[in-house]
Design a protein around this ligand. Structure first.
Ligand SMILES: [Zn+2]
Length: 234
């Protein structure tokens, strides 16, 4: 799947689960602003597993620097679609961000919020090639404005940020199961899991059908989860 599709699917799953899971996982429902921010942060987290891809969407974020970083991560994790495409990675990303939020509190929360917003804005504005439609300065500026807004108006972001990381990374890993090659879900066990719905990354089914449907679904679900959650929970 393309980075853009991963980002949209991360936002979609976050919005769909927003009325149900947060009370169970973090002990309280999310506020409307948190649903909106959470969907975007989950979109950003849904890019994280592809940090192992030297030609993926994130690799294009900061030119040679990000490409080099992605190559290093690929080498450490065993190559593209290895360790970072597993349930172990999802669990480590969730537990790691939770431990860091507890240790460094708002400093870490702001840092991770900025990073995930940067990834989300970059992916959502990117073409199918993974190259961004506009300047990096705009992407960085939008992420900075989002982070400052979250810092000012949503002081409880740290309490649910690790949850958004889990939703985003898990959505990515399961999404890649729908493509050829699948993913080693139970890494370090090597068996790859796949159920091929998308035969080629960036094909018409993905770009003309899946992405538009997921985008509309996300907007509707964010609206309902934020302003009329009882319409979803009954
Ligand atoms: Zn992937």
């Amino acid at each position: 799947m393309m980075g853009h599709s991963h980002a949209v699917s991360g936002a979609l799953v976050f919005a769909a689960a927003a009325p149900f899971l947060p009370p169970l996982v973090i002990g309280r429902p999310l506020q409307p602003g948190e649903v909106l921010l959470g969907a975007v942060l989950s979109a950003g987290a849904a890019l994280l597993p592809d940090l192992d891809h030297h030609d993926g969407t994130l690799a294009h974020l900061f030119g040679p620097f990000s490409r080099l970083a992605c190559r290093a991560i690929a080498r450490l994790s065993g190559g593209h679609r290895h360790a970072t495409h597993s349930l172990v990675f999802v669990a480590l990303a969730g537990a790691g961000s939770r431990a860091a939020v507890e240790r460094w509190e708002r400093g870490f929360t702001d840092g991770l919020t900025f990073t995930l917003l940067l990834f989300a804005v970059h992916a959502l504005r990117s073409h199918t090639s993974g190259r961004c439609a506009d300047s990096r300065a705009t992407t960085v500026g939008l992420a900075a404005i989002g982070t400052a807004s979250a810092h000012t108006w949503l002081p409880g972001t740290g309490t649910w940020l690790p949850y958004a990381v889990v939703i985003g990374t898990l959505t990515h890993v399961l999404g890649d199961c729908l493509t050829r090659q699948g993913v080693p879900l139970l890494w370090p066990y090597r068996r790859r899991f796949e159920m091929v719905l998308i035969k080629r990354t960036g094909n018409r089914f993905e770009t003309r059908f899946l992405v538009p449907v997921m985008t509309v679904g996300t907007l509707v679900l964010v609206w309902l989860a934020a302003f009329a959650p009882t319409a979803l929970t009954g």
